[in-house]
Design a protein around this ligand. Structure first.
Ligand code: TMP
Ligand code: ASP
Length: 258
């Protein structure tokens, strides 16, 4: 049997040609990177967890009519997605101060923002994904003004949806990053959510304890990365206790789900 064709390999995922035109298979690796690849590790089971968490969130977005690339999950590590032309902009939405915002503006880590703030970063690894303004985006034709408006409106809806979803399971959505793709259908083009939405791309803090439940555990060498991701998955109800994520180690058991 012929090996399927690899289209692209990123830091945490591989894209293969899909079974029919206009589709791709998105494979979630266990690799974790931070600080533009300066730090790398393989975290056994992370890909399985992110596959499930991203599926769960994308399906939730579809239910509130936010279009996404997600079609269906194929297996533990793969999902079938729509083939899109990725907009080279990372859209970040922030509800609380954290990460680069602390450094850039000298604000207090964890403080509430007066309102949700949207930022754009140019997707370019060599440049370390620099912060850019709408002026840069339109001047260099990375996206047009209508697309910027659409991305902002969708990002705010996604923020409202995800903030509520996570609050319901005791998790504070501090910030997150999303990517959009252009889907062409005949003469029509629409922007849909692409890539992944997972603890790799969100900041998630336990509402009670303040515990970090996202990739900052890896960035800051806090340990327990996959355990934290598994707890996010468990709270969202996407992993049953007896289901293996492929990772060894302690399995979290919840009292209210026995
Ligand atoms: P930042 O505070 O480092 O700018 O990150 C903001 C959000 O974006 C945070 O939830 C982590 C996420 N993010 C990514 O998903 N990929 C990246 O390359 C970076 C730098 C941040
Ligand atoms: N995703 C980026 C990297 O792999 C940065 C980060 O998430 O901190 O280097």
């Amino acid at each position: 049997m012929a090996r399927r064709k690899q289209i692209y390999e990123g830091k945490a995922k591989i894209l293969f040609e899909g079974p029919e035109p206009g589709t791709l298979i998105q494979y979630f690796k266990d690799d974790a990177t931070a600080f533009n690849n300066q730090k790398h590790a393989v975290l056994e089971g992370k890909g399985v967890l992110n596959n499930r968490i991203s599926e769960f969130i994308m399906m939730g977005l579809e239910r509130i009519s936010v279009p996404t690339h997600f079609i269906r999950r194929l297996n533990m590590r793969e999902q079938l997605v729509r083939h899109v032309e990725i907009v080279p902009i990372e859209v970040v939405v922030r509800n609380f101060v954290a990460g680069s915002l602390v450094k850039r503006l000298g604000l207090e880590d964890g403080s509430a923002l007066p309102r949700s703030i949207i930022e754009f970063y140019y997707k370019n690894d060599e440049l370390g994904d620099p912060l850019v303004s709408e002026e840069h985006i339109t001047a260099f034709n990375w996206a047009n003004p209508q697309e910027i408006d659409d991305m902002m409106a969708l990002a705010l809806r996604i923020n409202d949806y995800m903030s509520g979803m996570f609050a319901g399971v005791g998790i504070k959505l501090v910030d997150f990053k999303i990517e959009f793709g252009r889907q062409y259908e005949g003469d029509m083009m629409r922007l849909i959510v692409a890539d992944e939405i997972s603890p790799d791309s969100c900041r998630l803090w336990d509402m009670e304890t303040g515990d970090i439940m996202d990739k900052d555990r890896f960035r800051k060498d806090l340990g327990g990365v996959t355990e934290a991701y598994r707890e996010v998955a468990r709270r969202l109800g996407v992993l049953r206790e007896n289901e293996s994520s492929g990772a060894r180690g302690p399995v979290l058991v919840s009292d209210n789900e026995k």
